[in-house]
Design a protein around this ligand. Sequence first.
Ligand SMILES: [Zn+2]
Length: 256
Amino acid sequence: MEPVIQLSLPLFDPPAFDDLLQQRHACGILTVIINRRLKHGWQVKVLPFSGKRQLSIPPFLNEAPEEIKNCLIGWALLPCRPQRSRKKTVREQRSLFEKKIWNYIESLPDVPRRMSRFNPDDFSGNARGHSFDLREVFDSVNNSYFGGSLKALVRWGNAGSRTSYHATKTDANGHRFNLITIAGAYNHRDVPRFAIEAIMHHEMLHIAVPPYKKNGRAVIHGKEFKSGERKFNWFREWRKWEHGKLPGIVRKTGKA
Ligand SMILES: [Zn+2]
């Protein structure tokens, strides 16, 4: 027996969509369908011939409180082609419903995680470039600077893209992954080895020195990060090269 857990449970489950539809005598007009492929949004479809409506929602909205469920139903029942005189009212009602629903979604701490469809297998073949295999670069920097301790998936960004970044992702089973994306601009024959290693080192350092909060703001490139960055052997050459040579490569790849 663990009464503490009992106390944290809500006293009543929110009413089911079917109950709410019945209350409104709307069962014959609207059905609600749970669509696992929807991430955050919801949508309504008007079926041909019958004119009945189908509201599709992501699974987590099926657990929403009564008020939000009523907003979803109200939203789905708004006229698609209102009379001219009612157009403005309908538009206002719609945006009020949407605002309430989004406020609710954004108040949930774990929606993006629960909804994740991130699949690590998608990135297995995405590391080979024109001159560099990012997997090989990652492993070599990992061994030289991090004692082989870091783990991440690596991939190239879109052709000509200029930003590299590190992100953590969660797959459908709740496992966390580091994902490093290297700017497509670096995927070029003119990029020297030290530069690709430097940008990789920078992104890997984000795993080793994670961002923290200070006065409510996220510190990403803090003191510890910057001193870690300078431990990379060709740090200065890289900074110089990025300012002097990379822009020319970006211009070339942009056209390719
Ligand atoms: Zn950074």
